[in-house]
Design a protein around this ligand. Sequence first.
Ligand code: MN
Length: 189
Amino acid sequence: MSLRKYKEKRDFKATPEPRGKKLTSDHELIFVIQKHAASHLHYDLRLEMHGVLKSWAVPKGPSLDPSVKHLAIEVEDHPLEYGGFEGVIPKGQYGGGAVMVWDGGVWECEGDPIKAYQKGDITFHLYGKKLHGAWKLIRIKGKANDDKTNWLLFKLKDKYASKTKNIIEAKPLSILTKRSIQKIAEEDG
Ligand code: MN
């Protein structure tokens, strides 16, 4: 768990994103999902682990349908305070585009989170504003801490699962500011 790659990729004189320091905490583990209108719109799932946010870019976003498994590409660890970041990364900078805090709250891992991450099989529970219940991340390609490691993200069957509700379309706005991604781009860009 390290922020080295995070810092290497960014010019903090040019981007409003947090510089980041590694924080340790004894509080509940936070999670955040950021909607990110970079060159390709995607959703960044971030789970607090060991003082950083383990991060996955999910091009199609989360689905409440347990039979739908979406690709989740592991990306560099992010600092904990990134979970509160909403705004616009300038054009030409790494990940340039608008970022929205789409969902967030606390998460719980079944078993030890680090062991589950290393194993590539994380069963977890989300207590967010939009997402709830049991979810799974399974590593399908690459090794722990590799760049460009592919995982699958999917909902497990419980009362929060749904075959019909499209959560992305039903709840498109920021949980922080109730803004759309277009509004964030206009106001903060
Ligand atoms: Mn992103």
